[in-house]
Structures are given as C-alpha cells and as structure tokens.
Design a binder for this molecule. Sequence first.
Ligand code: SAM
Ligand code: SF4
Length: 326
Amino acid sequence: MKDRFGREINYIRISVTDRCNLRCRYCMPAEGIQTAGRDQVLDFDEIVRVASLCGELGMTSVRLTGGEPLVRKDIALLVKRLKELPSVQRLTMTTNGLLFEKTAGSLSEAGLDGVNISLDTLDRDKYTQMTGTDGLFDVLKAAGKAWELGMKVKINTVMIDGFNDGEAADMALMAADRNIDVRFIEMMPLGRGKLYTGPSCEKIMEILIRRLGTPERCFGDSGEDSGPARYFRFPGMKGRIGFISAVSRSFCKECNKMRLTASGRLKPCLQYGDGEDLRDLLRAGAGDMEIKELIKKAVLAKPRCHRFGEADVDGAEKDLMAQIGG
Ligand code: SAM
Ligand code: SF4
C-alpha cells in the first residue's frame, strides 16, 4: 500500500509491551514509568489479527519491539504464530539482549529471522551507568548466540556527546570479523532523548574514516536502499556499518513503516501523538473490512516528514520511546 506521498508502506513495527528490564537514560526514567494494565495491552490473538490484516495491505515485514519484547511471557509462541501467517515474509525483533540467550533456541525454532540488539558501549562501567544494570556481558553473549544460530544480527548504537562518542570505532569493529551490521542511530529529541545530544552520523563517519579507512557504499538486505539506514563497508571488514540519520538528514523520504503500540494504537509517525485506536475496534467485534479501513486511514495520515528540529510541535507525541516501541 502506498501513502499520500507515494511511499510504499511494507513494514510494521509491533510493540508487545511497554515494560522494560533496563533504564537506558535517554529512554526511561530511573524510577520507571506507569505501565499499561494487562487488559489494556493487546493479547496474542489481537496482535496476530492486526499483523495479518496489515500483511494483506502489504506490510509483509514485521518487527517486534517494546519496551523490552523478551519480558513478554511466551514471546516465542507469538513469533511462531506470526511466522505462520502467509503474508509475513520477514520477522525480526529489536531487543536489549539481556534475556536473549536463554530464549534464543525457541525464538530461532519459532522462525525469527533476525535480531537487532541495542548496545551503546563496550565499557562495562559505562553500560551500567547508561542502563542501570551490569549486563554488558549478557548482551555480548546474546549477539554471539544469535549469530551462531544463523540469524541476521544488527547492533544498534546511540551515541551521547561526551559519554560514549569516543567509542564509535570500537563499536564499528564489532563488524570486523563477522557478517553483522553495526548501525549508528542519531539521538532523537523525543521523550527523554530531549535531555541529550549526540554526534551526527556525518561526524561519526569522519571518525570512522580516520580510524578504519575509506568505506565503499553498499546496500541493505534487500539489495537496495530500503528503509532509513544507509550502509557502508570499511576495508577488510566482513560486516557493514549503517547510519540512521534521523535528525541531520531526515530519513522520512525512505520511511516505509507503521507502528503499533502495545495498547493497540496504530501510529503513522514516530514524532506525532496521533494514530488510530485498533484495540477498541477489535474488542467491539469489528469485521476484517472495518479494521482494514482504519488501518488504511492511519497509513494515509502519514505526514510527509517529522519536525525534530522544531520546538513545540503541535500534536507531538507525549509517550516515551519505550511506550512507542522506538
Ligand atoms: N528495549 C528494546 C531495545 O532497547 O532494543 C526495544 C525498544 S527500544 C525503545 C528501541 C530502540 O530505540 C533502541 O535501540 C534504543 O536505543 C532506541 N532509542 C530509544 N530512545 C531513543 C532516542 N531518543 N533516540 C534514538 N534512539 C532511541
Ligand atoms: Fe533501553 Fe530499550 Fe528499555 Fe528503552 S526500551 S530503556 S532503549 S532497553
């Protein structure tokens, strides 16, 4: 399905919970958040139904996120059910990795194709300061395990000025010997991200060129530039380095996604607080056609672009990234 600006919307990012076992400082306050009640969160039947209807409209790539998706009980069962949908061509997950190692086998058997692991530093103390938990080694083990199981592994890194920005080259070198992607995501001024600044992707690229040499441009998994990341390969490295220039070079022209929050709001854009409430419709016994109409309405409401650079944007999202699903 195309939106009003001719963008092919083929990707849905589904948040399965707003709970999280970490407190990354740019995402969650140390005291946590008021999480949604159990009955407010979509159950597996509801998630699978929405994914199936979105799939019929062309959203064939599905990513599970949160909060932390692995804190949701029986998540491998949901993976299996989604993977069985004929429309789902690719099913992936974004996770902080802490609980990954012990569920990896069942996730792989259930058909998870790939995992994006969020990791912002390789320094144990900094990891603990950044997230509130001494979990660096568990995350590194998670990345190794996912790779061993043959999943596509991407490491997602957000840099904060003066905190972990000196580690860009060390993070990139995680892709030296293994065919994994290390992706730098610019700090977005959303939720607690407004309290921090980070280097632009251009600045990170300059640092990497100085340390690792001149890279060649290469393409994403589907052989072309799909989605917002731009990929490069540095000399002698097996994996790719990706840049998601959310702020400095707005990625909106390439935006191919919709977001479903844990409570069932279908969100057209990360920045705005609008969207269509699918949960009420699902629970009122609506038929497939009616739900699809609401999904289409949300897709057609996708704005041309975010306005991250501007203060006081009308209708800006009030929920935190952990609630939206990142
Ligand atoms: N808990 C999972 C995780 O951390 O991978 C999934 C949810 S988390 C909200 C998804 C991604 O959003 C993480 O990679 C995190 O670094 C990123 N994120 C959160 N707040 C951000 C911000 N203000 N700017 C850029 N990325 C952000
Ligand atoms: Fe960190 Fe993800 Fe949890 Fe946010 S949702 S606090 S980024 S682990």
